[in-house]
Design a protein. Structure first.
Length: 113
């Protein structure tokens, strides 16, 4: 997880301003998945080291809270502070705009007889 990532153009190259400085997306976070090792540009901050992806099992959910405003895949506006459940099975691989509230729901035991 990289804080203040660099601005990249359509071809994926880093954008440099008129003074030769790398342009940054201040207060933004970039998640970088499997790729070649990379160096941080001046101003980028390593916010979190490598961590395994969280896999959510069937009939389970993970409680999430948005930390930035964004528009989801269905075009719905999500505001910072909104809370919701991510239902399994699945894994969270998006550009993490969420923080795990360290709570999960296991639906398997709710309806056991």
């Amino acid at each position: 997880m990289i804080e203040n990532p660099t601005v990249k153009d359509k071809t994926g190259k880093v954008v440099i301003d008129a003074n030769g400085q790398v342009k940054l997306l201040h207060s933004d976070v970039d998640i970088r998945f499997s790729q070649e090792p990379f160096a941080l540009y001046p101003g980028e901050i390593l916010k979190q080291t490598i961590t395994p992806l969280k896999v959510i099992e069937p009939n389970c959910a993970l409680r999430l809270r948005a930390v930035l405003d964004f528009v989801d895949e269905q075009g719905q506006q999500i505001r910072a502070g909104d809370e919701f459940l991510f239902h399994g099975p699945g894994r969270i691989t998006k550009r993490i705009f969420f923080i795990n509230n360290k709570s999960s729901v296991d639906f398997r035991n709710l309806f056991s007889t």
